[in-house]
Design a protein around this ligand. Structure first.
Ligand code: FUB
Length: 443
């Protein structure tokens, strides 16, 4: 068993050097509360950063967050970590041992980048909201020495209307809103409660935006036992708003929080959200995911069903992590973590019924013929899988015999047929013996 695990971990470490495009999107650290922003044609991700509690932090069952990183991507597939931009020891007003750097936001105005973050005050109780300013989205950011006066709460979301007026939204049980001065660091009006939202069940984590003249107040809300993402629509940044619908249901993973942002990039809208995929036993170690989001004609939002596959195109010669599937057959497919301790090793899929299949969409086979395929797989009794295009009975690219072995290892096979362009990949089990599959790569 230990041998099997170390082989699986080694394979996963190898995979960690390659491009990713599945959920969760950041695969080497916990990330939560994602605010995504497009700056200079690139997607920037400003999440909070969950960490396992260090010795010095007494509340082992609570959120523990000491700093913020920023990430960027041009294709939503390859993410660059630009490192720490703000940390609890380096902000004058923040209690440096509070590990309370909760959900942030960032916005650009006149060529400056304003990063808003909540944290516990050094003096007194509760949360203040600070601002750190940079000339580039990646930083370096300089935190202001004081939090924003009169704004006490968490989860800042900042919005600049078409007329140039900026607004700060934040939560403290309910959602508050205030106008911001042009300097983006002081309130121009006293905060008011947005009164049109649910009054039962915690409402927090506002994300505010405008589209086609409609103003959207979106927020996590506890309707039953855990948070789901909801939204309200209005004609004005300060309301009134009409509670309209649910963007994403509660996750079956049981993660108590969800937190999100909606953003348009290259003519497609996306929902950034989080769950505890990499931490099934502790829901305060979360991970950011992305799925596509669509509006109806009347501006209402279609519910987003979370996927493992996420978004983005995967190159056929990348390691295609088939366990991050887009579709599976009605039975005969299961997915397990490779290593339940080192969860960042990822997952593998098991096909266990004759003709069961797993599918991974939008794989780019490019223009050049790829002649062979490598599969990282295992099969206790030895098994056979087929790789097909576009449907479970589609064009047969390769049939691969997986030798009898308990540990994942690579097997190469010839690609007999080939089709250029972007296709959905199907892996189908033949002859019934179960096969574990970690990844597939065309060469
Ligand atoms: O990440 C800490 C808190 O959990 C956030 O501020 C809330 O929105 C919830 O996600």
């Amino acid at each position: 068993m230990r041998y099997l695990r170390s082989i699986m971990v080694a394979a996963a470490v190898l995979a960690a050097t390659c491009a990713y495009s599945q959920n969760p999107v950041i695969r080497d650290q916990f990330t939560a509360d994602p605010t995504a922003r497009v700056f200079n044609g690139k997607m920037y991700l400003f999440p909070s950063h969950d960490i396992p509690a260090p010795e010095s932090f007494p509340r082992k069952d609570w959120f523990c967050m000491a700093d913020y990183h920023v990430f960027s991507s041009s294709n939503l597939t390859d993410w660059t970590d630009h490192g720490v931009i703000v940390s609890q020891e380096k902000v004058d007003w923040v209690n440096p041992t509070s590990f309370s750097m909760w959900a942030p936001d960032c916005i650009e105005r006149n060529g400056k980048y304003y990063f808003y973050f909540p944290a516990n005050l050094k003096t007194g109780r509760g949360f203040g909201i600070g601002v750190a300013i940079a000339d580039n989205p990646e930083g370096p950011y300089t935190p202001l020495p004081e939090p924003i006066a009169k704004a006490r709460g968490i989860d800042p979301s900042v919005f600049i209307d078409r007329d140039g007026q900026a607004y700060l939204y934040y939560s403290m049980g309910r959602i508050f809103a205030a106008k911001l001065k042009d300097n983006m660091t002081e309130l121009e009006s006293d905060p008011v409660v947005i009164g049109d939202l649910p009054t039962k069940g915690l409402v927090e984590g506002p994300f505010f935006f405008e589209r086609n003249g409609i103003y959207y107040m979106t927020y996590p809300h506890v309707e039953k036992e855990t948070e789901r993402l909801e939204y309200a629509m209005g004609d004005n940044p300060l309301g009134p708003f009409k509670v309209t619908g649910v963007i994403m249901d509660e996750t079956p993973m049981g993660t108590w929080t969800n937190h999100h942002s909606l953003v348009e990039y290259n003519d497609q809208w996306y929902l950034f959200y989080h769950n505890s995929a990499y931490s099934p036993k502790f829901d305060k170690n979360r991970s950011v995911c992305i799925d596509s989001l669509f509006f109806n004609e009347d501006g209402t939002i279609r519910k987003v069903i979370p996927t493992n596959r996420g978004v983005g195109i995967t190159g056929a010669s990348d390691m295609i992590e088939i366990d991050r599937y887009s579709q599976i057959s009605p039975s005969g497919v299961s997915v397990e973590l490779i290593d339940t301790i080192n969860t960042f090793s990822g997952w593998y899929a098991t096909l266990s019924g004759q003709d069961s299949w797993i599918s991974y969409n939008t794989v780019d086979f490019g223009k050049k013929k790829l002649r062979s395929v490598r599969v990282n797989a295992a099969s206790a009794a030895g098994g056979v899988i087929q790789i097909r295009l576009d449907n479970p009975d589609g064009l047969l690219l390769a049939e691969i015999k997986i030798p009898a072995t308990a540990a994942l290892s690579t097997v190469d096979a010839k690609v007999s047929k080939y089709k250029k362009g972007i296709h959905n990949l199907f892996v189908v089990l033949k002859e019934g013996n179960p096969v574990n599959i970690d990844w597939i790569q065309f060469r």
